[in-house]
Design a protein around this ligand. Structure first.
Ligand SMILES: [Zn+2]
Length: 374
Protein backbone atom coordinates (compact mmCIF):
# COMPACT_ATOMS: atom_id res chain seq x y z
CA UNK A 1 0.00 0.00 0.00
CA UNK A 2 1.24 3.48 -0.84
CA UNK A 3 1.45 5.95 2.06
CA UNK A 4 0.24 9.44 1.21
CA UNK A 5 2.35 12.25 2.62
CA UNK A 6 0.80 15.68 3.18
CA UNK A 7 1.59 18.74 1.03
CA UNK A 8 3.00 22.23 1.48
CA UNK A 9 1.92 22.99 5.04
CA UNK A 10 4.18 26.03 5.39
CA UNK A 11 2.94 27.56 2.13
CA UNK A 12 -0.69 26.93 3.14
CA UNK A 13 -0.18 28.60 6.50
CA UNK A 14 1.44 31.59 4.80
CA UNK A 15 -1.45 31.84 2.33
CA UNK A 16 -4.00 31.76 5.15
CA UNK A 17 -2.20 34.32 7.32
CA UNK A 18 -0.68 36.65 4.77
CA UNK A 19 2.70 36.16 6.40
CA UNK A 20 5.79 36.37 4.24
CA UNK A 21 7.99 34.05 6.26
CA UNK A 22 7.92 30.33 6.90
CA UNK A 23 9.17 30.98 10.42
CA UNK A 24 5.81 32.60 11.11
CA UNK A 25 4.21 29.18 10.76
CA UNK A 26 6.82 27.57 12.97
CA UNK A 27 6.32 30.25 15.60
CA UNK A 28 2.56 29.87 15.34
CA UNK A 29 2.88 26.33 16.63
CA UNK A 30 3.86 27.65 20.02
CA UNK A 31 1.10 27.87 22.55
CA UNK A 32 2.41 30.92 24.33
CA UNK A 33 2.12 33.93 22.00
CA UNK A 34 3.60 36.26 24.58
CA UNK A 35 7.00 34.62 24.50
CA UNK A 36 9.79 37.09 24.11
CA UNK A 37 13.03 36.77 22.24
CA UNK A 38 11.24 36.22 18.94
CA UNK A 39 13.69 36.66 16.07
CA UNK A 40 13.42 39.92 14.20
CA UNK A 41 11.91 38.25 11.16
CA UNK A 42 8.72 37.87 13.15
CA UNK A 43 8.24 41.16 14.79
CA UNK A 44 5.66 41.98 12.16
CA UNK A 45 3.70 38.81 12.76
CA UNK A 46 0.36 39.40 14.42
CA UNK A 47 -0.55 37.01 17.17
CA UNK A 48 -4.21 36.12 16.98
CA UNK A 49 -5.71 34.11 19.81
CA UNK A 50 -5.32 30.40 19.40
CA UNK A 51 -2.58 30.77 16.85
CA UNK A 52 -1.39 27.26 17.65
CA UNK A 53 -4.65 26.08 16.18
CA UNK A 54 -3.67 27.61 12.86
CA UNK A 55 -0.98 25.12 11.96
CA UNK A 56 -2.84 22.18 13.50
CA UNK A 57 -5.81 23.19 11.35
CA UNK A 58 -3.64 23.05 8.21
CA UNK A 59 -2.43 19.58 9.23
CA UNK A 60 -6.04 18.56 9.83
CA UNK A 61 -7.03 19.81 6.38
CA UNK A 62 -4.41 17.54 4.81
CA UNK A 63 -5.50 14.60 6.96
CA UNK A 64 -9.13 15.23 6.06
CA UNK A 65 -8.10 15.21 2.39
CA UNK A 66 -6.69 11.72 2.87
CA UNK A 67 -3.06 12.15 3.93
CA UNK A 68 -1.62 9.33 6.03
CA UNK A 69 1.44 11.26 7.21
CA UNK A 70 1.90 14.83 8.47
CA UNK A 71 5.37 16.36 8.49
CA UNK A 72 6.09 18.73 11.37
CA UNK A 73 6.00 22.38 10.32
CA UNK A 74 9.54 23.00 11.52
CA UNK A 75 11.47 23.35 8.27
CA UNK A 76 12.95 26.67 9.39
CA UNK A 77 13.16 25.83 13.08
CA UNK A 78 16.95 25.73 12.97
CA UNK A 79 19.62 27.80 14.73
CA UNK A 80 20.30 29.54 11.38
CA UNK A 81 16.76 30.93 11.19
CA UNK A 82 15.52 30.86 14.76
CA UNK A 83 18.61 31.07 16.95
CA UNK A 84 18.15 29.46 20.33
CA UNK A 85 14.40 29.23 19.73
CA UNK A 86 14.98 26.34 17.33
CA UNK A 87 14.47 23.41 19.70
CA UNK A 88 11.36 24.82 21.44
CA UNK A 89 9.88 25.52 18.01
CA UNK A 90 10.55 21.95 16.91
CA UNK A 91 8.79 20.71 20.04
CA UNK A 92 5.83 23.00 19.40
CA UNK A 93 5.61 21.93 15.75
CA UNK A 94 5.65 18.25 16.72
CA UNK A 95 2.84 18.85 19.22
CA UNK A 96 0.79 20.64 16.53
CA UNK A 97 1.16 17.72 14.15
CA UNK A 98 0.45 15.15 16.88
CA UNK A 99 -2.66 17.05 17.93
CA UNK A 100 -3.93 17.04 14.36
CA UNK A 101 -3.13 13.34 13.96
CA UNK A 102 -5.15 12.52 17.03
CA UNK A 103 -7.94 14.96 16.32
CA UNK A 104 -11.42 13.52 16.58
CA UNK A 105 -12.80 16.35 14.45
CA UNK A 106 -12.36 14.16 11.39
CA UNK A 107 -13.10 10.46 11.02
CA UNK A 108 -9.93 8.96 12.40
CA UNK A 109 -8.15 6.55 10.06
CA UNK A 110 -6.42 3.67 11.80
CA UNK A 111 -2.92 4.75 10.89
CA UNK A 112 -2.02 8.41 10.93
CA UNK A 113 1.66 9.09 11.27
CA UNK A 114 3.80 12.09 12.10
CA UNK A 115 7.16 12.58 10.41
CA UNK A 116 9.59 14.82 12.26
CA UNK A 117 11.33 17.20 9.87
CA UNK A 118 15.13 17.39 9.89
CA UNK A 119 15.77 20.27 7.46
CA UNK A 120 18.87 21.80 5.88
CA UNK A 121 20.70 23.82 8.52
CA UNK A 122 21.55 26.87 6.39
CA UNK A 123 19.69 28.66 3.63
CA UNK A 124 17.45 26.25 1.78
CA UNK A 125 19.15 24.84 -1.37
CA UNK A 126 22.58 26.11 -0.32
CA UNK A 127 24.83 23.12 -0.97
CA UNK A 128 26.63 21.80 2.14
CA UNK A 129 29.39 19.55 0.86
CA UNK A 130 31.35 19.22 4.10
CA UNK A 131 31.07 16.76 6.91
CA UNK A 132 30.49 18.81 10.03
CA UNK A 133 30.45 17.73 13.68
CA UNK A 134 28.73 21.03 14.51
CA UNK A 135 25.89 20.24 12.09
CA UNK A 136 25.66 16.69 13.47
CA UNK A 137 25.34 18.13 16.99
CA UNK A 138 22.43 20.34 15.85
CA UNK A 139 20.70 17.36 14.22
CA UNK A 140 21.20 15.46 17.48
CA UNK A 141 19.30 18.19 19.35
CA UNK A 142 16.50 18.32 16.76
CA UNK A 143 16.20 14.52 16.76
CA UNK A 144 16.00 14.57 20.60
CA UNK A 145 13.17 17.07 20.50
CA UNK A 146 11.24 15.15 17.85
CA UNK A 147 11.75 11.78 19.52
CA UNK A 148 10.61 13.23 22.86
CA UNK A 149 7.32 14.14 21.14
CA UNK A 150 7.02 10.57 19.85
CA UNK A 151 7.05 11.21 16.12
CA UNK A 152 6.83 8.00 14.11
CA UNK A 153 9.77 8.64 11.82
CA UNK A 154 12.49 11.26 11.30
CA UNK A 155 12.37 12.84 7.84
CA UNK A 156 15.56 14.54 6.65
CA UNK A 157 14.34 16.43 3.60
CA UNK A 158 15.47 18.77 0.84
CA UNK A 159 19.10 17.77 1.32
CA UNK A 160 21.46 18.84 -1.44
CA UNK A 161 24.43 16.53 -0.92
CA UNK A 162 25.37 13.18 0.61
CA UNK A 163 27.62 14.94 3.14
CA UNK A 164 24.55 16.69 4.52
CA UNK A 165 22.90 13.28 4.89
CA UNK A 166 26.01 12.00 6.66
CA UNK A 167 25.73 14.85 9.17
CA UNK A 168 22.08 13.94 9.78
CA UNK A 169 22.97 10.27 10.24
CA UNK A 170 25.73 11.09 12.73
CA UNK A 171 23.34 13.33 14.69
CA UNK A 172 20.64 10.65 14.76
CA UNK A 173 23.23 8.09 15.84
CA UNK A 174 24.36 10.30 18.75
CA UNK A 175 20.74 10.92 19.79
CA UNK A 176 20.08 7.18 19.67
CA UNK A 177 23.15 6.30 21.71
CA UNK A 178 22.47 8.89 24.41
CA UNK A 179 18.72 8.32 24.78
CA UNK A 180 18.28 4.77 23.59
CA UNK A 181 15.99 5.82 20.72
CA UNK A 182 15.91 3.80 17.54
CA UNK A 183 13.57 5.81 15.39
CA UNK A 184 13.50 5.00 11.70
CA UNK A 185 15.00 7.67 9.48
CA UNK A 186 13.98 8.69 5.96
CA UNK A 187 16.51 10.68 3.90
CA UNK A 188 15.21 12.68 0.94
CA UNK A 189 17.30 14.78 -1.45
CA UNK A 190 16.24 17.74 -3.58
CA UNK A 191 16.81 17.24 -7.31
CA UNK A 192 17.89 19.86 -9.79
CA UNK A 193 14.86 20.73 -11.92
CA UNK A 194 16.11 18.94 -15.00
CA UNK A 195 16.14 15.44 -16.44
CA UNK A 196 19.68 14.50 -15.37
CA UNK A 197 18.73 12.69 -12.15
CA UNK A 198 21.19 14.87 -10.24
CA UNK A 199 20.86 16.63 -6.90
CA UNK A 200 21.16 20.39 -6.71
CA UNK A 201 24.66 19.76 -5.33
CA UNK A 202 25.61 17.88 -8.49
CA UNK A 203 25.79 14.23 -7.37
CA UNK A 204 23.64 11.66 -9.12
CA UNK A 205 20.69 10.88 -6.86
CA UNK A 206 21.42 7.15 -6.86
CA UNK A 207 25.03 7.74 -5.81
CA UNK A 208 24.08 10.15 -3.01
CA UNK A 209 21.47 7.67 -1.75
CA UNK A 210 23.96 4.80 -1.83
CA UNK A 211 26.42 6.93 0.17
CA UNK A 212 23.71 7.68 2.71
CA UNK A 213 22.85 3.98 2.97
CA UNK A 214 26.53 3.13 3.52
CA UNK A 215 26.86 5.85 6.19
CA UNK A 216 23.72 4.58 7.97
CA UNK A 217 25.00 1.01 7.85
CA UNK A 218 28.29 2.09 9.39
CA UNK A 219 26.53 4.10 12.10
CA UNK A 220 23.90 1.49 12.90
CA UNK A 221 21.11 3.94 12.03
CA UNK A 222 17.85 2.48 10.72
CA UNK A 223 17.57 4.22 7.33
CA UNK A 224 14.25 2.73 6.25
CA UNK A 225 13.35 5.11 3.42
CA UNK A 226 15.12 7.16 0.75
CA UNK A 227 13.93 9.43 -2.00
CA UNK A 228 13.71 12.80 -3.70
CA UNK A 229 11.65 15.94 -3.17
CA UNK A 230 11.27 19.68 -3.76
CA UNK A 231 11.81 19.66 -7.52
CA UNK A 232 9.83 19.76 -10.75
CA UNK A 233 7.66 16.65 -11.28
CA UNK A 234 9.63 15.98 -14.48
CA UNK A 235 12.84 15.67 -12.45
CA UNK A 236 11.20 12.90 -10.39
CA UNK A 237 10.14 11.16 -13.61
CA UNK A 238 13.77 11.14 -14.76
CA UNK A 239 15.34 9.97 -11.48
CA UNK A 240 12.78 7.50 -10.17
CA UNK A 241 14.02 4.27 -11.76
CA UNK A 242 17.51 4.78 -10.29
CA UNK A 243 16.08 5.64 -6.88
CA UNK A 244 13.88 2.53 -6.80
CA UNK A 245 16.84 0.36 -7.79
CA UNK A 246 19.21 1.70 -5.15
CA UNK A 247 16.53 1.68 -2.41
CA UNK A 248 16.52 -2.14 -2.53
CA UNK A 249 13.16 -2.67 -0.88
CA UNK A 250 13.23 0.29 1.51
CA UNK A 251 10.51 2.92 1.32
CA UNK A 252 10.85 5.01 -1.86
CA UNK A 253 9.72 8.54 -1.01
CA UNK A 254 8.84 11.17 -3.62
CA UNK A 255 7.13 14.55 -3.39
CA UNK A 256 7.52 17.31 -5.95
CA UNK A 257 6.69 20.99 -6.24
CA UNK A 258 3.54 22.19 -7.97
CA UNK A 259 4.83 25.59 -9.08
CA UNK A 260 5.23 26.08 -12.83
CA UNK A 261 8.37 28.17 -12.50
CA UNK A 262 11.10 25.95 -11.16
CA UNK A 263 13.38 26.41 -8.17
CA UNK A 264 16.42 26.11 -10.43
CA UNK A 265 15.19 29.10 -12.45
CA UNK A 266 14.54 31.05 -9.25
CA UNK A 267 17.99 30.21 -7.86
CA UNK A 268 19.58 31.39 -11.10
CA UNK A 269 17.76 34.71 -10.81
CA UNK A 270 18.93 34.98 -7.19
CA UNK A 271 22.53 34.63 -8.36
CA UNK A 272 23.11 31.24 -6.77
CA UNK A 273 22.48 28.73 -9.56
CA UNK A 274 22.38 25.02 -8.84
CA UNK A 275 23.80 22.41 -11.19
CA UNK A 276 20.65 22.37 -13.32
CA UNK A 277 20.83 21.88 -17.07
CA UNK A 278 17.76 22.59 -19.16
CA UNK A 279 14.87 23.01 -16.69
CA UNK A 280 12.11 20.49 -17.22
CA UNK A 281 8.99 22.55 -16.94
CA UNK A 282 5.78 20.55 -17.21
CA UNK A 283 3.17 20.82 -19.90
CA UNK A 284 1.65 24.35 -19.71
CA UNK A 285 -1.81 22.78 -19.94
CA UNK A 286 -1.22 21.12 -16.57
CA UNK A 287 -1.04 24.50 -14.82
CA UNK A 288 -3.55 27.14 -13.78
CA UNK A 289 -2.23 30.46 -12.45
CA UNK A 290 1.27 29.02 -12.26
CA UNK A 291 0.30 26.00 -10.12
CA UNK A 292 -0.13 22.42 -11.35
CA UNK A 293 -3.78 21.40 -11.07
CA UNK A 294 -4.65 18.77 -8.44
CA UNK A 295 -5.74 16.28 -11.11
CA UNK A 296 -2.57 16.71 -13.15
CA UNK A 297 -0.41 16.34 -10.03
CA UNK A 298 -2.35 13.25 -8.94
CA UNK A 299 -1.79 11.61 -12.34
CA UNK A 300 1.96 12.18 -11.90
CA UNK A 301 1.83 10.84 -8.33
CA UNK A 302 -0.10 7.75 -9.40
CA UNK A 303 2.47 7.06 -12.10
CA UNK A 304 5.27 7.29 -9.49
CA UNK A 305 3.40 4.80 -7.32
CA UNK A 306 3.03 2.41 -10.27
CA UNK A 307 6.77 2.71 -10.91
CA UNK A 308 7.75 1.76 -7.36
CA UNK A 309 7.35 4.80 -5.08
CA UNK A 310 5.84 3.69 -1.76
CA UNK A 311 5.52 7.05 0.04
CA UNK A 312 4.15 9.80 -2.20
CA UNK A 313 3.07 13.33 -1.37
CA UNK A 314 3.38 16.96 -2.35
CA UNK A 315 5.98 19.63 -1.70
CA UNK A 316 5.91 23.40 -2.31
CA UNK A 317 2.64 24.67 -3.75
CA UNK A 318 0.62 21.51 -3.21
CA UNK A 319 -2.60 21.96 -1.23
CA UNK A 320 -5.19 19.72 0.43
CA UNK A 321 -6.94 19.65 -2.98
CA UNK A 322 -3.82 18.00 -4.44
CA UNK A 323 -3.77 15.51 -1.57
CA UNK A 324 -7.45 14.70 -2.13
CA UNK A 325 -6.93 14.14 -5.86
CA UNK A 326 -4.01 11.80 -5.05
CA UNK A 327 -6.15 9.94 -2.49
CA UNK A 328 -8.90 9.35 -5.06
CA UNK A 329 -6.47 7.98 -7.66
CA UNK A 330 -4.52 5.85 -5.15
CA UNK A 331 -7.74 4.32 -3.82
CA UNK A 332 -8.86 3.60 -7.38
CA UNK A 333 -5.49 1.98 -8.13
CA UNK A 334 -5.78 -0.11 -4.97
CA UNK A 335 -9.32 -1.26 -5.81
CA UNK A 336 -8.22 -2.11 -9.34
CA UNK A 337 -5.18 -4.09 -8.20
CA UNK A 338 -7.33 -5.89 -5.59
CA UNK A 339 -9.86 -6.76 -8.32
CA UNK A 340 -7.14 -8.14 -10.60
CA UNK A 341 -5.70 -9.97 -7.59
CA UNK A 342 -9.07 -11.71 -7.08
CA UNK A 343 -9.27 -12.51 -10.80
CA UNK A 344 -5.78 -14.02 -10.75
CA UNK A 345 -6.66 -16.05 -7.65
CA UNK A 346 -9.84 -17.31 -9.33
CA UNK A 347 -7.94 -18.26 -12.48
CA UNK A 348 -5.39 -20.21 -10.43
CA UNK A 349 -8.14 -22.05 -8.52
CA UNK A 350 -9.90 -22.96 -11.79
CA UNK A 351 -6.61 -24.15 -13.29
CA UNK A 352 -5.90 -26.33 -10.24
CA UNK A 353 -9.42 -27.74 -10.30
CA UNK A 354 -9.18 -28.44 -14.03
CA UNK A 355 -5.89 -30.23 -13.49
CA UNK A 356 -7.20 -32.25 -10.57
CA UNK A 357 -10.59 -33.07 -12.04
CA UNK A 358 -9.54 -33.37 -15.69
CA UNK A 359 -8.47 -37.06 -15.60
CA UNK A 360 -11.56 -38.05 -13.57
CA UNK A 361 -13.78 -36.20 -16.04
CA UNK A 362 -12.10 -37.87 -19.02
CA UNK A 363 -12.55 -41.26 -17.38
CA UNK A 364 -16.22 -40.57 -16.71
CA UNK A 365 -16.76 -39.52 -20.31
CA UNK A 366 -15.00 -42.65 -21.58
CA UNK A 367 -17.17 -44.83 -19.32
CA UNK A 368 -20.27 -43.04 -20.57
CA UNK A 369 -19.23 -43.78 -24.16
CA UNK A 370 -18.74 -47.51 -23.35
CA UNK A 371 -22.15 -47.70 -21.73
CA UNK A 372 -23.70 -45.82 -24.64
CA UNK A 373 -22.20 -48.33 -27.08
CA UNK A 374 -23.57 -51.25 -25.08
ZN1 LIG B 1 9.46 22.08 -2.11
Amino acid sequence: MVLLLDGGVGHEWKKAHGDASFLGGALACETDPARTGVPSLHVKLSWPNGQGEGVAAVHEAFFAAGADVATTNSFVATPHHAGDRAVPLVTAAARCAQRAARSTAQPLPAMRKVAGCLPPLGECYAVRRDRSDADAAVYEQLAFALADEKVDVLLAETLTHSSEAANVILGVKMASLKRGYRLPLWVVFTLADDATGRLRGGERAAIAIQRALDAADGAGVLLSGVGVNCCAPGAVDAALADVVEVAEGREVIVYANAFESTTSEWLKKEGRPDCCGKPCRGNPREYVDGVMTPDAYARRAASWARRGATVVGGCCGTTPAHTKACRVLFDRQRRRSRFFGYLTFLAVVLAVLARALGPALALALAEKRVWDEL
